[in-house]
Design a protein around this ligand. Sequence first.
Ligand code: SAM
Ligand code: DTB
Ligand code: SF4
Length: 335
Amino acid sequence: MSDIRNRWSKEEIREIYERPLLQLVLDAAAVHGKYHKLGEVQISSLLSIKTGGCSEDCAYCPQAARFSTGIEVQALMKVDQVVAAAENAKAGGASRFCMGAAWREVRDNRDFDRVLDMVKAVNNVGLEVCCTLGMLTPQQAEKLADAGLYAYNHNIDTSEEHYSEVITTRTYNDRLNTLSNVRNAGISVCSGGIIGLGETHEDRIGMLYTLANLPQHPGSVPINALVPVEGTPLGDNDRVPFDELVRMVATARIVMPLAAVRLSAGRLQMSVAEQAMCFLAGANSIFAGDKLLTTPNPEYNADMEMFRTLGLTPKAAFADGKPASRQKAVEHEHN
Ligand code: SAM
Ligand code: DTB
Ligand code: SF4
């Protein structure tokens, strides 16, 4: 049977997730070696283009207006500021540039027009452009694709069952609809979630079940460890034990062999040895830069030192295919 399957049962995923840790890592490393170059890691750079003041109630998020977390609210950045950040990221070895906005959804207004200009400008820098802007209509997804957007990040965050414990201002289905709008526009889907939200192991299996059963596996799957932020309802949650993160990365690698599995939020609390085990278990992408959206990330120099120590190499942009607009053209040719 092919390794690339879009029908997985929860039992099958559970059987993988529950393997003894070292066996699980070995199995994931074997899948990884078949589809990827060991040690090749994509460096993504993250920029918060609009910060805070969000109307949603995501219990983990420092940017939700209803929690007092002390972050500084910032209006949408200017295009030239974003281009400067993108050039800087490229000089530092990044191949993907992800712009995040604290929006519930995109509205058809001048801010969206400015984001479209940002997408075009960052594309011209020669980076894979990614955005995470909240929910999208099919038309908005088309406009982003036409502007040259390569990927769109929209996390399902947790299992369908646990979702309403974490977020009440939108549904799991709202999330899945946006993912389908993104996919239909020919944009690469980036979707994953967070561990450490108070979910059970069954919820983690459930989250991977949803992702692995999408009509197409996401091009990338971010696995975030909760960064507990004071003032949010989950601010006092315990740190996720590192073996649980490894287990999640390895299972994601086995059930979605082609995806880039991104070791996302939470790296600051991990040693190089712990991260090394994640790379062995199939993680092949990170966010580099000393800030995520609003919380700290490892220093750039420390990450470069880790690359040297572990013999990691940064992955080039567009190594998996063409920019989104051209992907669409290719797909149409084949239909
Ligand atoms: N507002 C848009 C949305 O929700 O899709 C885009 C930005 S939102 C901050 C992007 C993702 O960051 C969320 O889906 C969540 O998975 C992740 N995130 C937010 N706060 C986090 C935290 N404290 N720890 C880990 N991940 C977090
Ligand atoms: C993702 O899965 N993780 C990134 C990115 N996609 C947008 C965001 C992590 C945010 C962590 C909390 C913060 O810095 O505000
Ligand atoms: Fe808003 Fe996104 Fe944060 Fe939820 S995760 S509060 S939608 S910025």
